[in-house]
Design a protein around this ligand. Structure first.
Ligand code: LLP
Length: 421
């Protein structure tokens, strides 16, 4: 459920007509609903109620400071994968003790920034990284609390580009080498082992792969405890999928996920951390776009939008589906028209949907991409020198621009021509 609904014949974000925002901000723009973000976060709190836990929102899904503040104010922790994301979490007011630092290639400089500013734990992904972290922490006179990310060799049954839990993927250490590497970690200066980390992929639409991975983590917890390690935390990663098409998708609910987690791991006496991104932000956001032209081609009609692949890369990159709806509510039983829905960028990959039936729209109309709150704005670029798309947050009956559209002067001023040219 989200807070983007038709009311009085026009799409609203909470209590604000989307068309009113478009009139103020111009198109295209990303539009987020605070109430939806809060609701989704609440679903995980409910799912893990009764366990000692911390929900560390995966900042990579949507890293706008205002979004982080909405979640941070609810008590969320943050899962970050770069110094930039770490500094965003801090700037949004999240204390270091609620920030988990993940990622396959943390640099020494990133480790220094996080250790100096305060951090809950590093999720270490390799032996060289472990050694580097020990050196950096010792150099700063601090102790780094760590979990080691294990690769459980489980098929997440998701898109190949976002599956991370098979042994051929670059992530984590092979689970059968874990005991040796934990022993190594325990012997290093300035390192304190606190737990185990696992993350098998994103947009998972079944619980079974999670369960397989968590059963392996369960066995490993016992084994490591026998080896004398204090395993007090289990970071279970993110990855729970969302429905992208309203019609026929029913991915597992957070409540079912939570029940499974409690069933598999509940008796270990560990604090549970999870790192959901998409489920919190995905359906809390729209990308609103204007129709520039409707062009009749060979046996097909193209809907040419002012949003393009640089603004929302997911269809071009993963063949992802996003529902696209008119902002003006279609009459009940209105005829459907079939369009190829495209952006203005000069490559064929700039196609959002082919042969997509939708109510007829005309040049000047507004349309909204659903499920665009996660991995939308954060993956945008200025390809074709198209200004980075702005972001807007709605709360009840008011809205604010939370990242303005850069001007062309802003964009040009970032480049410099050397004096010798
Ligand atoms: N934790 C770690 C270590 C991750 O690598 C990820 C996502 C998450 C948590 C959050 O996963 P989520 O709950 O959002 O599924 N750009 C792609 C998705 C990439 C996901 C990368 N890692 C897309 O647009 O589908």
């Amino acid at each position: 459920m989200d807070h983007f609904v038709y009311r009085g014949g026009t799409l609203h974000a909470e209590d604000v007509p989307v068309a009113d925002i478009a009139a103020t901000v111009g198109t295209p723009f990303y539009l987020y609903s605070r109430a939806t973000l809060e609701r989704h976060y609440g679903l995980f709190e409910e799912a893990l109620a009764g366990t000692d836990h911390l929900i560390c929102y995966a900042v990579k899904a949507n890293s706008n400071l205002a979004v982080l503040k909405v979640l941070g104010d609810l008590g969320a922790g943050m899962d970050v994968v770069s110094a930039g994301e770490y500094l965003r979490a801090k700037a949004a007011g999240v204390p270091g003790e609620r920030i988990v630092f993940s990622g396959v290639g943390k640099t020494r400089e990133e480790m220094r920034i996080a250790l100096s500013g305060g951090v809950r734990q590093f999720n270490v992904e390799s032996e060289p990284e472990l050694l580097a972290l020990s050196e950096v922490a010792a150099g700063l006179g601090r102790t780094a609390q760590i979990a080691i990310r294990v690769n459980p060799d489980v098929d997440a049954k998701t898109h190949e580009k976002i599956a991370t839990g098979k042994k051929e993927n670059k992530f984590g250490i092979p689970i059968d080498r874990a005991r040796a590497i934990y022993a190594e970690a325990a012997a290093l200066p300035a390192i304190e082992v606190v737990g185990i980390d696992v993350h098998i992929g994103s947009q998972l639409t079944e619980l079974e792969p999670f369960r397989q991975a968590y059963l392996k983590v369960r066995d490993l917890t016992w084994a490591l405890r026998q080896d004398g390690h204090r395993i007090g935390r289990l970071d279970l990663g993110g990855g729970l999928g969302i429905p992208y098409t309203r019609a026929n998708e029913a991915p597992p609910l957070p409540l079912d996920y939570g029940a499974m987690v409690k069933q598999v791991l509940g008796d270990l006496g560990c604090e549970i951390e999870i790192e959901p991104g998409r489920l919190i932000a995905g359906n809390a956001g729209l990308l609103v776009s204007g129709v520039i032209y409707v062009k009749s081609g060979e046996g097909r009609d193209f809907l040419i939008l002012d949003a393009a692949m640089n603004d929302l890369i997911r269809p071009a990159m993963y063949g992802a589906h996003h529902d696209i709806v008119p902002v003006t509510e279609p009459e009940p039983g209105a005829p459907q028209h079939v369009y190829d829905i495209v952006g203005p960028v000069c490559e064929t990959g700039d196609t959002f949907a082919r042969g997509r039936p939708m109510p007829p729209v005309a040049a000047g109309d507004l349309v909204a991409f659903r499920s665009a709150g996660a991995y939308g704005a954060v993956m945008a670029s200025e390809y074709n020198t198209r200004p980075l798309v702005p972001e807007v947050l709605v709360s009840g009956d008011h809205f604010a621009v939370i990242r303005p559209r850069p001007t062309f002067d802003d964009i040009l001023a970032r480049d410099t021509i050397p004096p010798w040219l």
